[in-house]
Structure formats: C-alpha cells, structure tokens
Design a protein around this ligand. Structure first.
Ligand code: NAD
Length: 449
C-alpha cells in the first residue's frame, strides 16, 4: 500500500501529453498519454504489476518513486509591451542512475510540477527500455507560447537556461524539444549555455538543427523505430512483410514514415488517414504518391482520389495484419477492442490503446507493441546526436539508420524474452524490464552516504 502511495505521489494528475507543433513537425520527445479519467491510474496499473512481479524491496521502490531533483525557477521576461512578466519554470530529474538525465522541455499554459514529475519518471523507463545510457528528466515553463513573439520566446528560453545552468550539462542533464518547443528553442539553449561555459557545448541539448550539431536521420527516426519493431514482431510470428496488409492511422511524421517504410518492405498499405478521414484501397495505396499529395495539400489527404473514403473508426477495424495507430491517444478502448482484427498493433502514437482495452486485445491474441518501445526511435537518435556531438564526428544517415535499427531490434527482442519469461504482454514486459534494469544498476552503485 505504501508503495502505491509513493507512486501515486509521483505519477499524479496529469493532462494529455500530445504535441502537435507544426514549427517542428518531426522531432519531439513527447511523454506518455495518461488516461483522461484517471491520469495516473493507467500508468500505475503497469507499475504495480511490474513491482509485484519483480518483488522489489520497498527501499528501492521508494528511491525510484522519488525524483532526485526538482527545481522551480522564476523566469522574468521584458515583454514587447515594455512590461516585465514573470513565468514559472521547472526541471525535474527523476533519476540519473543509468547516466545523465534526458528529457524534453515543454512550454504550455497548464504545465505544472506534478505533470513534469510524472513525465520525468516516464523518460527513465523509456530510456531503459531501449538501452540508452540516460536517466529521465523533464522540464517546462508555464506560459502561452501562442501569444508570445519570437523575441519574447527567445528571452524566456535564455533566462530559463541561465537559471538552470547548474542543472543542465552534457554530463548532467540534456534537454530536448517537446510540446511547443523546437529546433530553434534548442539553438537558443545551446548558445546561452555555451556563452556561460566560454566554449561551444553542442551536447547540452538534442533536437538541434543539423547545422548546429543535430543528427541526420532524426526526421524518420520514430517511424523507422516503429517499423523495426513491426519487422521483429513479424519475425517472431513467422510472417513475411511482403505478404502483409497494413493500416496506418495518422499521416503526419510518424504515420507517413511508418507507411512509407512498410511499403518499402513490400507490405500492402491498404489504408491511411488524417484528422479529416481515412482512405482505403484493398489493392494497396502508393505511399510515395500519397506523401507527395499531402505535401502539396497543406499536409492533408483531403481530396485524395486513389482510395475509397472511410472513417477513422472503420480504418481501425479493418481486416489487416498490421495496424499502426500514429495519430493520437485513446483510439482503441474497451468499446471497439473486440472489433479489432489486426494481428499486430504497433503504437506509433502515445497511448492509442487505452488501459481498458489491453486485456481484450491480449485475449484475442493480438500482439500490441507498446508506445514506450514502438515510438522510442526518436529518443534513440537523440542519444546518437549526443554521442556525435561529444565525438565531434558526424555520422552518415546510413550509419544512424543502421544503428537505430539494431538498437530497436535488440530492445524488441529483450522485451519479447521478458514477456515469455513472465508470461505477460509486451507492455507489461517493458515496465518489468525497465524497472528491473534501473533497480539492479542502483543496487550495484549502492547508496552514497
Ligand atoms: P503530426 O502532427 O506530424 O501528425 C499527426 C497526424 O495525425 C496528422 O496526419 C493528423 O491529421 C492526424 N490526426 C490527428 N488527429 C487525428 C484523428 N483524430 N484521427 C486520425 N488522424 C488524426 O504528429 P507526429 O509527430 O506524427 O506524432 C503522432 C503521434 O506520435 C503523437 O501521439 C506523438 O506524441 C507521437 N510521437 C511522435 C514522435 C515524433 O518524433 N514525432 C515521437 C514519439 C511519439
């Protein structure tokens, strides 16, 4: 019970963690979607389950439930009106057992410390799942970026960074973009931090423009990670990609790249969709053509004539081998789970499968590749960016992709083994694997006294 209370205090009420930042359409380190009705309960269910299976001792659990650092700062900004406005900024380091902490910074009017704490913890588990040597962190500034000018945002970012000089650092804590922050935000952080350090410090953030030490391959990293997981799943199930049909919900960065890479694997992508509706062609959709169409039509598929128009709900229920929900949270619930016919679901988006649908899908024998693994390609290439910055040697896109594929494949196989060992779903296996990894590392390091 006490363990639960500790966890409850960490993963407490949070809002939806979705980021649709058009100024940086491809790189974010978004957090999980935590259930609307009981934001931390869906998360808690999984943690409780993993804790019980691992039989973690209470002290370790208490340690892992408590952020190592929580910093709140006031961020004064001289606004364009000539008036000073003071914003509240946060940075939470959940844990640095596996390495320097890593996690995005979000700007939003409703950001609060509790939300940031929950997201920081989630980053710990996500990094552990894909075996990148980082702990978990998250940051935020409570502001409304949509009402601020570029100059005001720059001043906000620079002052927030200056106030966090003792927290951030290539060996300490490495921010990245998240909701309403982007490559430009990261460039300002690099510059501010570097000015104080009296030398260039590219590795202090990831998600930078390539010209400023960013990594090639980032744009496609999340979709590539999704498809790598799907390929590994097919392998386990003895299925061949070129004999599979695929439906992809969402045709933004993650959805379109996933669709493209499945198409390149020889799969028949029979349905795609965006916010306005879905498109179905049982003969298969020419994905490069659909991408060109969307690019020429303000990133929508409106008016796409190469397929029949269906609803997003119908897309989810199509008789396909692989379903990739890559749009938003809460798409598959206990209401429609029993109508899902796919054999494999790869969660490109955060939280498309609600907690209450997990057991129904499991009973139907559907393999769900959980978001914490399936969309972790982005954080993996973040790690590559940090490595390249520290080496001062930048990899080709081919090398980035090769290494990403290897890490995602290994991560999938690890979780698959854990799921077989404990006879649990891949989602439960992800939490078991992550918590166990951090706990074992912590035990080896011991508690500094
Ligand atoms: P995006 O904004 O580029 O694309 C979102 C797509 O979903 C668009 O095509 C939009 O029209 C569509 N969409 C929105 N609402 C929809 C609905 N109700 N039904 C069907 N389609 C809908 O976003 P993205 O970067 O591709 O991210 C998609 C999801 O993946 C989000 O959950 C995001 O948090 C998650 N994610 C993204 C990344 C990344 O690197 N981009 C990394 C991890 C997780």
């Amino acid at each position: 019970m006490q363990l639960c209370l500790y966890l409850c205090s960490i993963f407490s009420l949070t809002t939806i963690f979705m980021s649709v930042d058009l100024s940086s359409p491809y790189y974010k380190e978004p957090g999980p979607k935590l259930d609307h009705e009981s934001p931390f309960e869906s998360m808690m269910e999984r943690f409780r389950f993993a804790a019980e299976i691992l039989n973690l001792d209470e002290g370790i659990f208490q340690y892992l439930s408590t952020p190592v650092k929580q910093v709140t700062v006031s961020v004064p900004v001289m606004m364009d009106s000539g008036k000073i406005q003071v914003f509240e900024g946060y940075r939470v380091i959940h844990d640095d057992v596996l390495g320097p902490s890593k996690g995005g910074i979000r700007y939003a009017p409703d950001v609060n410390l509790e939300e940031v704490k929950a997201l920081a913890a989630w980053m710990t588990w996500k990094c552990a799942v894909v075996n990148v040597p980082f702990g978990g962190a998250k940051g935020g500034v409570r502001c409304n970026p949509k009402e601020m000018s570029q100059r005001e945002l720059e001043h906000l970012t620079r002052r927030y960074t200056a106030n966090m000089l003792e927290v951030f650092g290539p060996d300490r804590d490495i921010p990245a973009p998240d909701m309403n922050t982007n490559e430009q935000t990261m460039a300002w952080i690099v510059d501010t931090y570097s000015m104080h350090a009296r030398r260039n410090q590219w590795a202090v953030v990831t998600g930078k423009p390539i010209i400023l030490g960013g990594s090639r391959g980032r744009k496609e990293a999340t979709g590539r990670g999704v498809v790598t997981c799907v390929m590994s799943a097919l392998n386990k199930k003895g299925m061949l990609a070129n004999q599979c049909s695929v439906a992809v919900q969402g045709f933004g960065n993650v959805g379109s790249i996933s669709a493209l890479l499945m198409h390149e694997q020889g799969s028949k992508v029979v349905a795609i969709s965006d916010v306005n509706g879905a498109y179905y062609n049982p003969k298969g959709i020419n994905i490069p053509m659909a991408m060109a169409y969307a690019a020429a039509h303000q990133n929508t598929l409106d008016g796409f004539t190469e397929a029949e128009r269906i609803s997003n709900q119908e897309l989810l229920e199509l008789d396909v081998d692989i379903l990739i929900p890559a749009a938003k949270e809460d798409q598959i619930s206990k209401e429609n789970a029993h109508r899902i016919r796919a054999k494999i679901i790869a969660e490109g988006a955060n939280g498309p499968v609600m907690a209450n649908a997990d057991s129904i899908l499991d009973e139907k024998g559907i393999m769900v590749i959980p978001d914490i693994l399936a969309n972790a390609g982005g954080v993996t290439v973040s790690y590559f960016e940090w490595v390249q910055d520290r080496q001062g040697y930048f990899w080709t896109e081919e090398r980035v992709n090769r290494r990403l594929t290897r890490m995602m494949r290994d991560a999938f196989n690890n979780l698959y083994t854990v799921s077989e060992q404990y006879k649990v779903t891949l989602r439960q296996a992800a939490y078991i694997y992550a918590i166990d990894k951090v706990a074992r590392t912590l035990k080896l390091r011991g508690i500094y006294a």
